[in-house]
Design a protein around this ligand. Structure first.
Ligand code: GRG
Length: 441
């Protein structure tokens, strides 16, 4: 019974939203206007137009959506007609004939209003849950506290990555102040090695993976300045190879992940000029495949994770013209499966983490409107643990911090209400990126 009442309330909500909605183009949301706007014209174009335009439909209940809907909709005519016919004097004991007449009118009205809405979209909105934001905050804080849990022990060597996932999620949810900033920063500084690079935890070996996480977490707290930027950037510069590629550490593994990390990290440190950017771009382009995607090394299979790295690095380096946007956009949008979730390559299972890798890439190449965003929102929401918080890879699986971050970050890219917008290239909240590049210090 309660469920039935909720559904009826939902239908009424949808009808009201539909009535006040503008019929033509949805409003451009300024909240998501992009930080790279001034640096990369093609990339920023994607976000300032189609991203904000097409994404508005995902969150019809967002305040900005309602606030901007001022022009008259043709559907309001129905509302006015109906209201005009409403009896001015309320009958205390109306006759059966009166009720039948009214029932007929209500049915007629409902059909007129609801018919133009795609039925699948209507049903999807009715089925969609809500983001359990408070529960996710509690979950992240609890993981950080349980230092001897299985999850913490197996993640011991990559704790700095975990800190980046957890703290960025908290920031997107507007709850970064739930952690002790001083504790976090003093621990991060203890993870720095003599080489200038950072390890995943105190006493471990440095690697670019953790160096980026350290710099990103410090950026969240507006504390990048406490670093010796030259020392950190020299560590990264020393990892560039002759062909423009990057190794992850002194042991020499090469991967386009490390090209992204080097470019992103140096850009945040404002030291991009210390590497050979043209050669770095040339190497990334050599990893491009005939399907428009990118792999780990030249000839490596296209994978959504590597595509994010290559497209993100090219976006930051201002070299997105090397991407065949239609071809890659086609490959990326084919990652959406029936459930609405995205996979990382053909014939694979969907996973919440690809809501980040695929979606951010689609946004950077201005093709995000090629996937069904409503269905993706529903898929992510279905992966939540509604009792204890956290998000898993697929519905009903065990949650972890990694998927909680990618679920929340994916919803942020989809402009889910109440979340801070996140930058698709730097993987940091837009206000943090703006602070790095546009604040006067
Ligand atoms: C700051 C967001 C951010 C990233 C830093 C580390 C990194 C740069 C990027 C990693 C990109 C990447 C390769 C992601 C894929 C991760 C993943 C889920 C791999 C799983 O691969 P398979 O083959 O899974 O096990 P599938 O889904 O293909 O079956």
């Amino acid at each position: 019974m309660a469920v039935a009442i909720i559904k009826v309330v939902d239908i009424i909500k949808i009808i009201i939203i539909y009535l006040v909605q503008q019929p033509a183009s949805p409003p451009v949301s300024h909240a998501h206007s992009h930080s790279l706007l001034l640096r990369s014209p093609s990339y920023s174009h994607g976000l300032s137009t189609s991203h904000s335009l097409s994404l508005t439909a995902v969150s019809p209940t967002s305040p900005s959506f309602l606030k901007n809907s001022t022009s008259a909709s043709p559907n309001r005519r129905w509302l006015r007609l109906l209201l005009r016919r409403f009896p001015t004097s309320v009958k205390l004991r109306p006759s059966l004939k009166f009720w039948l007449k009214w029932l007929k009118k209500v049915i007629k009205f409902s059909f007129a209003v609801v018919k133009p809405l795609p039925l699948t979209s209507l049903l999807l909105h009715l089925e969609m849950g809500e983001l359990a934001a408070d529960k996710h905050v509690k979950y992240i804080i609890s993981v950080e506290k349980k230092k001897d849990s299985f999850e913490s022990v197996v993640m011991e060597h990559l704790r700095l990555n975990g800190a980046y996932w957890g703290l960025t999620t908290l920031d997107i949810l507007g709850k970064l102040d739930a952690v002790d900033e001083e504790d976090v920063i003093s621990w991060i500084l203890k993870c720095q090695d003599e080489s200038g690079g950072f390890a995943g935890n105190i006493g471990h070996d440095p690697h670019v993976l953790y160096t980026l996480s350290a710099v990103q977490v410090l950026a969240l707290f507006d504390k990048v300045d406490i670093l010796d930027a030259d020392k950190v950037s020299n560590y990264i510069v020393g990892l560039q190879n002759e062909d423009g590629s990057f190794s992850g550490d002194i042991w020499g593994e090469v991967d386009t992940r490390f090209s992204y990390i080097a470019i992103c990290c140096l850009s945040i440190l404002q030291r991009l000029d210390k590497i050979n950017v043209d050669k770095a771009v040339e190497y990334i382009v050599s990893c491009k495949n005939l399907d428009g995607g990118f792999g780990c090394t030249p000839g490596g299979e296209s994978h959504a994770g590597q595509i994010f790295c290559c497209v993100g690095a090219l976006a930051i380096a201002g070299a997105l013209h090397h991407v065949d946007k239609d071809l890659l956009g086609w490959w990326l949008c084919e990652r959406q499966v029936k459930s609405g979730g995205l996979n990382g390559r053909p014939e694979k299972l969907p996973d919440v983490c690809y809501s980040w890798w695929v979606l951010s890439s689609l946004i950077m190449i201005d093709r995000v409107h090629w996937i069904n965003k409503d269905k993706l929102v529903k898929f992510i929401l279905d992966c939540q643990d509604m009792e204890n918080g956290g998000i898993s890879d697929r519905p009903d699986d065990a949650v972890d911090v990694f998927h909680t971050y990618f679920g929340v970050a994916g919803l942020s890219l989809l402009e889910y209400p109440g979340l801070k917008p996140i930058d698709p290239a730097y993987a940091l909240p837009v206000d943090v990126v703006n602070r790095i590049f546009f604040s006067k210090k």
